[in-house]
Design a protein around this ligand. Structure first.
Ligand SMILES: *[C@@H]1O[C@H](CO)[C@@H](O)[C@H](O)[C@H]1NC(C)=O
Ligand SMILES: *[C@@H]1O[C@H](CO)[C@@H](O)[C@H](O)[C@H]1NC(C)=O
Length: 458
């Protein structure tokens, strides 16, 4: 039982909606698949379980055929097995499972999970309160080396970066304040990881299920998250519900067409339909992605119109103000030194390393920075940060607290002044030609920088 004490004594209404549990699997190990199924059956009140639906996405392993069918017949809860005729991917397989389900709520789980004591009631209770709330449990970590179970945190929530990768970030103070410090109350989360969630069955239909034009897996969780928020629903992490999940280091199976290609295609669909002009952040940081064919999205755009969904700027302003994509910004593109004609370049470096400078290539990617309305210079979730006089200029996780990450751009003098140190960003020194320096502001050409919006394809 991994709940905090206050959750263990929480009382839920008797009259809760029942749920179908839909689990998609592809060549899953017997032990992990059955561990998932048993934990659902053993740790849920049976009157709340309509059925368990196992959707086999064209597995090849023999024991997942007749052996599995015979085995589940003896379980105490109806378990239905649906077979996809050919490899269809998570999205289409889940759609098939959902279409066959009968419960008032659909709960989607991955095939390598363990539901813990009391996991189900808080999810269903929240949907009963508000049928347009889509709810996720806290996802605990089951080690893929030792199967050790480690409780997840109620202090992180879902976000995403410019590349449209899902990421966990700390729950911001404004959300703590909204819950008045009560850790048993659900956390409103900008996005969900996607593997595990419950949704009212009719609402799932109303809001447009999944984008069936997406392949296999990837991007569907963000697509659904944006859609829920923009179209009038809400997305929450119910902190009194814990489900463990085996996180694998790499996906054990190949994707038709290659992993990168599929995810880029799915992400393009998501960007084109939901992100309005903010899709530029994704395209500029991921050179080459604009060449990926994403098919026809007209059906999804019509859905967005019919549901009268709000713009992405509304989502950034109201649901995710601490997003890595700034709602307002002065520039998005290269930052070019007037004297040397070189550009700031993160050179594929990571957090805590110095920002670089290199010949401008005009291709986006490593040379894209945004000077935001909050006066940070950021590339994705890293901000230029100076903590000492004369530098160095380090890339640190943006903290939205101004401090060492606050820069003043003077659009006439073209200077980038670091406010705390009152020094200016300058060209490299003789010792290290790969990194910019910090110097007292002098107005010299080496301290002049051009910040411009990059146009795609240019
Ligand atoms: C689920 O709830 C609905 C509505 O109350 C009911 O009609 C249905 O029989 C229930 N299913 C199960 C399996 O309990
Ligand atoms: C860059 O684009 C943003 C968003 O459209 C806009 O607000 C800003 O004024 C532009 N900046 C420049 C320097 O043109």
């Amino acid at each position: 039982d991994f709940r905090i004490e206050k959750c263990k004594t929480k009382v839920y209404p008797d009259e809760l909606p029942n749920t179908s549990v839909v689990i998609v699997f592809h060549n899953e190990a017997w032990s992990t698949l059955l561990r998932t199924v048993y934990s659902v059956i053993n740790r849920s009140p049976h009157y709340l379980l309509s059925e368990v639906i196992l959707v086999d996405d064209a597995s090849e392993r023999d024991f997942l055929k007749l052996t599995l069918e015979n085995y589940v017949k003896n379980l105490e809860v109806p378990v239905k097995i649906i077979r996809m005729e050919e490899r269809s991917g998570l999205i289409r397989a889940r759609l098939r499972g959902a279409a066959a389900s009968k419960g008032q709520v659909i709960t989607f789980l991955d095939a390598h999970c363990e539901c813990t004591v009391g996991w189900l009631e808080p999810l269903l209770a929240r949907i009963k309160e508000d049928r347009k709330t889509v709810v996720c449990p806290i996802i605990d970590v089951i080690s893929d080396d030792t199967f050790e179970y480690m409780a997840g945190s109620d202090m992180t929530y879902g976000g995403f970066n410019w590349k449209l990768n899902f990421r966990w970030y700390p729950v911001p103070q404004r959300e703590m304040d909204r819950r008045k410090g009560d850790r048993t109350l659900p956390v409103r989360t900008p996005t969900m990881a996607g593997g595990l969630f419950s949704i009212d069955r009719n609402y799932f239909e109303e809001i447009g299920t999944y984008d069936a034009g997406m392949d296999i897996w990837g991007g569907e969780n963000l697509e659904m998250s944006f859609r829920i928020w923009q179209c009038g629903g809400s997305l929450e992490i119910v902190t009194c519900s814990h489900v463990g999940h085996v996180f694998r280091k790499a996906t054990p199976y190949t994707f038709p067409g290659g992993t990168g290609h599929v995810i880029n295609k799915n992400n393009r669909r998501l960007a084109e339909v939901w992100m309005d002009e903010f899709k530029d952040f994704f395209y500029i940081i991921s050179p080459g992605v604009v060449k990926v064919d994403y098919g026809d999205v007209s059906v999804r755009k019509t859905l967005r119109e019919n549901l009268k969904c709000k713009p992405f700027s509304w989502y950034l302003e109201n649901i995710y103000p601490d997003s890595q994509i700034p709602r307002r910004y002065y520039s998005l593109g290269e930052i070019r030194n007037v004297e040397t004609n070189q550009c700031l370049d993160n050179m594929g470096r990571k957090e805590n390393e110095k920002v670089g400078i290199f010949n401008c290539h005009g291709m986006g990617g490593n040379q894209v920075f945004s000077y935001t309305a909050d006066k940070e210079i950021r590339t994705d979730d890293l901000c230029l940060d100076v903590s000492r006089l004369n530098g160095p200029v380090i890339m640190l996780k943006c903290h939205h607290m101004r401090g060492n990450q606050l820069w003043e751009y003077d659009a006439e003098r073209l200077t980038l002044r670091h406010v705390n140190s009152n020094q200016c960003l300058d060209e490299p020194s003789e010792e290290d030609k790969m990194v910019p320096t910090m110097q007292d502001c002098s107005g010299s050409r080496s301290q002049q920088w051009l910040l411009r919006n990059m146009t795609l394809g240019a």
